[in-house]
Design a protein around this ligand. Sequence first.
Ligand SMILES: [Zn+2]
Length: 225
Amino acid sequence: MSNFYLESVPPSILHKILSKVATNHIRDFGSARIAFSGFNQIGRDDYFYQSANLFGFNDWIEEVNAVRTFRLRCYQAGNPEAIYLRGMHEFFQLHLLDEGIEKIRLAAERGLELAKFVDGMLNLAFSVDDGGLFHNYPNFSREFVHRMNCMIRTVLPSGHWGYEKPQEFMSLLERIKNLIFSNDCRCSSAIEEPVLWCDRCFWQCEVWDFCNEIHLTAANWPIED
Ligand SMILES: [Zn+2]
């Protein structure tokens, strides 16, 4: 069968099409590469794996090996989403805290906003002292927090709950108490309007929510390399 139409499509568009195909169904990704040499060419290129969308990836369980190979290739090509997902898996499921945070931070440095958010919130959580006071406030805005929370709740695949969080993390949660307004500020008179809250109350509330409902988005990450 001739691919007359596809042959006239610019490579950048072919790249986008193949990327969407791979995200939707890994089997179609393989079929597309067999059907048209232009797709196959792009599917060999490291650049393709660097920018592939893994957050929306359908990890079909009947295609475990193909999914694993695809993710591994993305990770090796330096794809920030792959680095982030693997960091989250290491941190929360394998309890390799240092390795995990290192990868999450690397993904943040490579421009992944979600990784920047998670890195900042973990940093904030771990800065809590015995009296429940925080010392490392993130350098992003409240608007950014709002945007990331919306993204986590709407765009990302559902979280994976069948795992045990690391002990270090659980003992943090005991110190990060759910928000009790202090007498030093007037936030308690504006309970319904968090935009008016002082920094202390705002971040206390956010960090509690973040730690309490952490979304992994890495349910089936495990890969061997
Ligand atoms: Zn306050």
